[in-house]
Design a protein around this ligand. Sequence first.
Ligand code: G4P
Length: 529
Amino acid sequence: MSFEAEIAKRRTFGIISHPDAGKTTLTEKLLLFGGAIQEAGAVKSNKIKKSATSDFMEIERQRGISVATSVLAFLYRGKKINILDTPGHKDFAEDTFRTLTAVDSVIVVIDVAKGVEEQTEKLVEVCRMRNIPMIVFINKLDREGKDAFDLLDEVEQKLGLKVTPLSFPIGMGYDFKGIYNIYEKGINLFSGDSKKHIEESISFSDIQSPELEKIIGSAAAETLRENLELVEGVYPAFDKAAYLEGTQQPVFFGSALNNFGVRELLDCFIEIAPPPRDKKAEERMVKANEDKLTGFVFKIHANMDPKHRDRLAFVKIVSGTFERNKPYLHVRHNKKLKFSSPNAFFAEKKEIVDTSYPGDIVGLHDTGNFKIGDTLTEGENLHYKGIPSFSPEHFRYINNADPMKSKQLAKGIDQLMDEGVAQLFTLELNGRKVIGTVGALQYEVIQYRLEHEYGAKCTYEPFPVHKACWVDPEDPNNEEFKEFKRVKQKFLAKDKRGQLVFLADSAFSLQMTQQKYPSVKLHFTSEFD
Ligand code: G4P
């Protein structure tokens, strides 16, 4: 197969949702369609269970298991699908943000009863910032939920999307009869009481035909006609170019658990979702079909075996082919590296691979060379745009609890931050180190890992911060900025990349600061140009 055909064949995407909306179930159903697994339930180990929130050892164990399922690949109708798994647990949201830098599109799962939830809002915002094409799947239609139009409104308003439904439910919950597929013009009927299988798929191009009454009954037929008329009147027609630009989002309805509406979603997905996209590096735009390899590290998974400090760096291939045993330039270190056992991922296994193509993910064994955002090339001095950091939710001072082990502690903190476990801020005033995390759980994870992997001990002290804001002065030499730095000295820190960060101690102080120093812009993410 030609290089171009290999690229055209790939679809690399992520599924995002608020926990419990049905991401795992949908992933599993997609894998079943692809023949990658034989039975439902196989992907469950990937999920960090709610019951484990207080047990970080268990979470680490589960994270270990999930290495193999970080990338789930399968073939479906001639396409190679790579699903990049994103942790559902809120405390690992940073992992998910980073994974989103490696996807070419996403599917957003929303629970029909709960509507748009907090985690979905955050994740969709990241996708919007990057114009990632999104398809919305409204799940659990076998249950009573919100009215479809209300939900579409909510999706538009809360998520800032411009939707167009490509399918529409016929009834809901107890009265759920099936789905009208607007994209393919057909009806899928749900079977009787069990609602476990599609009873029939009927191609139905003329919605006015009296046949409709015979199939779904007169009341449902009338409602469906009215609804479809409203859909046509209110929503724009599907526009593939707009979807690809990230300015329009098609919506599907279904029930992942009951395998309903999933095939329709997948069939449409492989048709419209983009193959590996060109990617902007700091120096230039890189096209997927360039023959020289470029790629970047978006995730590091550490310590499958704590004794060896072995890490697996996940590299997304942007252009060219990745070959086993060929030397590549690690741009940040300006050093050539060869990889004798790169891993590729297929279904739930990982295996050594000789050649990988754009869109694919390779897992490289690493002993501490890589950090998130590193670029690999065949010699070009290229840097993929940094992966943004977002303001953590929790902040604590970290103190050394064993003065004999300060080197170990520094190294441990350094490496854990490279992995993206948390963010480190160094206070301008006194050089003290503050760790910022998305979830309180990470503090336990860090403490445990520092002790068991690096032999260092730490303690924490509360440091009340409302939000970390990246500072962007209009003019670094103007008086306003100088005054800002003088007055706010206590609240200023450098992040790991050396960027200046304002740690606002309350919403009020943040607001006052913004008013008082209008020329000093405060951003909630580290990427703002
Ligand atoms: P997540 O990965 O987004 O966190 O969600 P997950 O797929 O684990 O689904 C969360 C719960 O919602 C699960 O139930 C799952 O069975 C259920 N679910 C998923 N899709 C549907 C659907 O279409 N209809 C209905 N009615 N339920 C659905 P659970 O009881 O929490 O877990 P389990 O005991 O079933 O594993």
